[in-house]
Design a protein around this ligand. Structure first.
Ligand code: PEP
Ligand code: MG
Length: 585
């Protein structure tokens, strides 16, 4: 029998930040917080000299981290450490510190702590999670300088082959630990957008973040299972759990090679329905993995990551280079580029505080109000579409007026490009994300306006069930198998098809292989998932029949509770899939 039991008591639930499964002992990493006392100094010259040495030492250390990061992560992502070095070189900050030491005759540790904390307080109170996460990076620099002022060595050695458990991980920690062959990360704080999570994904280290009380519940040397697919951490697993996950690892290793044999085969059900398996792309470098795993195109390029990579939003030429490169690498397969989706928990490029950011200036709302920025992106996407394999979609649509406005802006951009003699695909497919209940209810009317729709379950579920997708306290209420979710998906798919639009799903539900048979049965045309999931998804689709999946979907649509639906889906999987395939969950 399948053992998909999310409610076991020794399981902590967090956010799945980097996929994979790891079973190792816990290493509780407690960063010594440097205590700072306020003391008077006699020799100002000596204090300033001490400060300069500490700054120099900190710069040296960070440069070392930067070098390592460039090796492991490539230049672009390593740039986050350059940003930290720049803070160390900020002339205004350093001038303030020096002047205060001279004027107030207080110890440099105190002044450094006080001045940098001011910076941090501003960032920590920001609404945007991106800014709050940057405030943790600054914490890192502050402690580094104070530690060097005290002429202390900072880091205790980390033993090899452990799972690091820590309240919060900085990107520098993540890179440095990777030298010690760390096998997993578990953190109390941090979200998917944190740099540490991005770095962990790039380094392929299974990670679960945002557990809140992981460092309280996990003790040094506890045996842990990190399930980076589902965001679960099992503490001191019982035999049953251990053998379940061990088998899963063995099967996964065995299957990795087996699955790659499917690389060039289509995701076709046993009775002949072919489903497109596309990839979600967060960073352009991932394109290689998409190709290796046999992805049939890219269903979602999250362009907001460009902000992080470039600090500011890149201009038209820079964007063109990026999109064109993606389109060329994937050719003849398609690449769907999503217009900038900022707001909510993603950084807004302007300084506004919103009382309710998830219901605020998000996605298309922001783009329409910032038309120049929107047009720059549309023009770059259009110019990258010459080979006719690029699609353009917009996020967070809640009204037809927004879609029409979008189409009008696209038409204006086309006119401008024509006048300038630039080439583009005049029939570029336009699509929308269905993430808001109003778009779901009016799926047919919305779909009539475009060529394709992509269901963003991450947001759709949060808005439909009124459950914050990033809030651990209510996470048990965030239910993919809630009857309202299944009925809504059915409604969206059927009604969009009446409008002859293709229906994709690019939210995380598409990557949950437990749900695959039900989603196939509901009639999805394409799944868009993170590249590493592609082979597993393909295997499952190739093992089931569309007819059976449709019957499963009709049964589930009659059910009243999440538990009934989940139980039935699991039972279906148990009956229809082979033992080895079940272990892929
Ligand atoms: C979604 O909401 O399901 C989605 C894919 O968009 P994002 O996760 O980027 O909000
Ligand atoms: Mg979304």
């Amino acid at each position: 029998m399948k053992k998909y039991k999310p409610d076991e008591t020794n399981i902590l639930n967090g956010i799945a930040a980097a996929p994979g499964i790891s079973i190792y002992r816990a290493f509780l990493y407690k960063k010594e917080k440097e205590t700072v006392n306020k003391t008077r100094i006699k020799d100002v010259e000596e204090a300033i000299q001490n400060l300069e040495e500490a700054l120099e030492q900190s710069r040296k250390e960070l440069k070392k981290v930067l070098g390592l990061a460039i090796d492991k992560l490539g230049e672009k992502r390593a740039a986050i450490f350059e940003a930290q070095i720049m803070i160390l070189d900020d002339p205004i900050l350093l001038k303030n510190i020096r002047e205060r030491i001279k004027k107030e005759k207080l110890n440099p540790e105190y002044i450094v702590d006080d001045e940098i904390s001011k910076y941090q307080a501003i960032m920590a109170s920001a609404h945007e999670s991106y800014m709050r996460e940057r405030s943790h990076d600054i914490e890192d620099i502050k402690h580094r300088i104070i530690k060097n002022l005290k002429k202390k060595k900072w880091r205790s050695r980390i033993s090899e082959d452990v799972i690091v458990v820590v309240d919060n991980l900085t990107p520098a920690d993540t890179v440095l630990f990777s030298r010690s062959n760390v096998k997993g990360y578990v953190t109390d704080f941090g979200g998917l957008t944190s740099h540490a999570a991005i770095v962990a994904r790039s380094l392929n280290i299974p990670s679960v973040v945002g557990l809140h009380d992981g460092t309280e519940k996990i003790k040094q040397d506890d045996l842990l299972i990190v399930d980076g697919f589902r965001g679960k951490v099992v503490i001191n697993p019982i035999e049953k759990q251990l053998s379940f996950y061990k088998k899963k690892i063995t099967e996964m290793e065995h299957y990795d090679s087996e699955l790659l044999k499917l690389k060039n085969l289509p995701a076709t059900t046993t009775d002949g329905r072919t489903i497109n398996i596309l990839a979600n792309l967060d960073l352009s470098e991932e394109i290689e993995i998409v190709i290796q795993n046999g992805g049939k195109g890219v269903g979602l390029v999250r362009t907001e990551q460009l902000f992080e990579e470039y600090e500011d939003f890149p201009d038209e030429e820079e964007q063109l280079k990026i999109y064109k490169n993606l389109a060329e690498e994937m050719y003849p397969e398609k690449v769907i580029i999503r217009a900038l989706d900022v707001g909510g928990d993603k950084v807004l490029p302007v300084d506004v505080k919103e009382p309710n950011p998830f219901l605020g200036w998000r996605g298309i709302r922001f783009l329409i109000d910032n038309c120049d920025l929107f047009k720059t992106q549309i023009r770059a996407i259009l110019r990258s579409s010459c080979n006719k394999n690029v699609g353009l979609m917009i996020p967070m649509v809640s009204s037809i007026a927004e879609i029409r406005k979008f189409k009008k802006i696209v038409a204006e951009c086309k006119e401008e490009l024509k006048t300038q003699g630039c080439e583009f695909d005049n029939h570029i497919p336009l699509g929308i994300m269905i993430e808001v209940p109003s778009a779901a209810v009016l799926a047919r009317e919305f779909a009539e306006e475009v060529t394709f729709i992509s269901i963003g379950t991450n947001d759709l579920i949060q808005y439909l069930l009124a459950v914050d997708r990033g809030n651990e306290i209510v996470s048990p209420l965030y239910q993919e198998f809630h009857p309202a979710v299944i009925k809504t998906l059915d409604h969206i798919i059927r009604h969009s098809k009446l409008a002859k639009a293709r229906v994709h799903m690019c939210g995380e539900m598409a990557a949950d292989t437990v749900a695959t048979s039900l989603l196939v049965g509901l009639g999805l045309d394409a799944f868009s998932v993170s590249p590493s999931v592609i082979p597993r998804l393909k295997k499952i689709i190739r093992s089931i029949s569309y007819e059976d999946a449709k019957k499963l979907a009709s049964e589930c649509l009659e059910m009243r509770t999440e538990l009934e639906i989940k139980t039935r889906v699991i039972q279906f999987n148990d009956e229809k899939l082979k033992k080895e395939e079940l272990r892929l969950f």
